[in-house]
Design a binder for this molecule. Structure first.
Ligand code: THG
Length: 274
């Protein structure tokens, strides 16, 4: 399971303040701790408050790379902010460009831009694409799958290996009125998205979205993660500081035969994924 640690995001008050104060230490501490907790990648999102998003992205990447070599997941829907991050990022280490829709009303070519930036960054660069287009976020399974199919075929046309694609079916908070059907729709979409190419494209989700505003957040996150992993989810943007959640990751990998069973499988998972 590819775990993208979510905490370096300007949506969190401590990160927002660190950005405003140019306080590297807070960011570096989060980078190190998330790495120790099992992060495969570190998500980096400047949030909405940053005055200059491009300069902030670059500053965050530089600060992180001074203290750890965990690959970075540049999180912005603005190609310019991704490009700024790429200037500083060590792409030979691996990098994810997160995220682009299939297309957007004001930018029909956004997916092409992300693919081009990933190609320029080198063979270890992947992209996360949302099953979303100029009409917005689909609410049903079929539209999600149809958009995912267009994403995969566009990548193939451009000679971009589908294995460098992470498809994100967009998880919405279960608590939103009338949205309670969404988690089920997403699982059904995953059943189909995994067969769009062989080998399958990666699939990822912003896991914590599902429990936003709800009680029992960790429980909701954990159960949805286990359900999604059984449908082929092989990556998630998640809270690595939630030990129970990380144990669910290890256990689901073991139950899905991705890691050999031993009585100490939890410890083995933790040591292999440090
Ligand atoms: N898909 C992709 N990228 C994403 C998302 C996605 N990036 C951002 C986000 N969604 C994933 N990251 C988070 C990070 C935090 C939370 C949810 C998703 C979260 N934050 C607390 C909240 O809103 O309640 C903030 C708490 C605080 O302020 O302290 O839940 O879907 N590709």
């Amino acid at each position: 399971m590819i775990i993208i640690a979510e905490r370096i995001n300007g949506m969190f008050a401590d990160v927002k303040k660190a950005i405003a104060d140019k306080d590297k230490k807070v960011i570096q501490e989060l980078a190190k701790k998330q790495t120790e907790a099992g992060a495969t990648y570190l998500d980096v999102n400047v949030g909405t408050a940053a005055a200059d998003q491009e300069a902030t992205m670059q500053w965050l990447v530089e600060a992180i790379q001074e203290t750890c070599s965990t690959p970075i997941c540049l999180d912005s829907q603005k190609p310019g902010v991704i490009a700024a991050g790429l200037k500083a990022v060590d792409a030979d280490n691996g990098v994810i460009l997160n995220s682009t829709p299939l297309n957007r009303k004001d930018d029909d070519e956004i997916l092409d831009k992300f693919i081009e930036m990933a190609e320029q960054a080198g063979p270890k660069a992947s992209i996360i694409t949302l099953t979303m287009d100029k009409n917005g976020v689909p609410q049903d399974t079929d539209t999600r799958v149809a958009i995912a199919a267009e994403i995969v075929s566009k990548a193939m046309e451009k000679g971009f290996d589908p294995q460098r694609l992470f498809i994100d079916p967009i998880v919405l908070p279960v608590k939103v009125p009338n949205a309670q059907v969404q988690p089920g729709n997403i699982l059904t979409a995953m059943d189909q998205i995994r067969f769009l190419s062989d080998p399958a494209p990666h699939m990822t989700v912003g896991l914590s979205n599902v429990s936003q505003g709800a009680m029992e957040r960790s429980l909701i996150n954990r159960v949805f993660l286990a359900m999604a992993m059984s449908r082929g989810l092989d990556s998630a943007i998640a809270d690595v500081f939630d030990e129970d959640l990380m144990n669910v990751v290890a256990t689901s990998d073991m139950l899905m035969n991705k890691q050999i069973y031993s009585d100490s499988f939890l410890k083995v998972y933790a040591s292999v994924n440090k």
